[in-house]
Write a protein that binds this ligand. Structure first.
Ligand code: GDP
Ligand code: MG
Length: 162
């Protein structure tokens, strides 16, 4: 079986946009507004000659548990099935309490994690990514999933972790 790379993070941080960027096509559903329930979806993917399954953990945001608990629950499921995780944070928002909760789950899992500081659309915005060192997950990779900025370095790091 192929190794599994899961994309985890709060609603609207850009997980599905990143998945589409990695796949090189628009296959994962990107929502401008959070709240649509969808199933977890996995896609066969390739980077630098490595084949793996890419899991987009979107779509549990409308869960009855409420956003915080449902993000944590879904993250836990995805983390358990993953060999490595890309944890996506919206660098324009910064680390939230829900992000901190996911960080605790990631730590407990012991799985390798690469921190994606998404929505760094310009060089000027890179300071926002630097602030995410505070999460204690190591180097935040500044990425614009929307424009493709920084995704190569992020994936190189993810392949080392996988
Ligand atoms: P998900 O809920 O985490 O899967 O987030 P989506 O991929 O559906 O994206 C949520 C919104 O953020 C959409 O409007 C995207 O176009 C936008 N978005 C995603 N990545 C970026 C980025 O790198 N920069 C900016 N400016 N917007 C982004
Ligand atoms: Mg999504």
């Amino acid at each position: 079986p192929l190794p599994v790379l899961a994309i985890v993070g709060r609603p609207n941080v850009g997980k599905s946009t990143l998945v589409n960027r990695i796949l090189g096509r628009r296959e994962a559903v990107v929502e401008d507004t959070p709240g649509v329930t969808r199933d977890r979806v996995s896609y066969p993917a390739e980077w630098a000659g490595r084949d793996f399954m890419l899991v987009d953990t979107g779509g549990w945001e409308a869960d009855v548990l409420g956003i915080d608990a449902s993000v944590a629950q879904q993250a836990e499921v995805a983390i358990n099935l993953a060999d490595a995780v890309i944890f996506v944070v919206d660098s324009t928002v910064g680390a939230t309490a829900t992000d901190e909760r996911v960080v605790r789950l990631l730590r407990q899992s012991g799985k390798p994690v690469v921190l994606c500081a998404n929505k760094v659309d310009s060089f000027k915005a890179e300071a926002d990514a630097t602030a995410l060192w505070s999460l204690g997950l190591g180097e935040p990779y500044p990425v614009s999933a929307l424009h493709g900025r920084g995704t190569g370095d992020l994936l190189d790091a993810a392949m080392k972790a996988l």
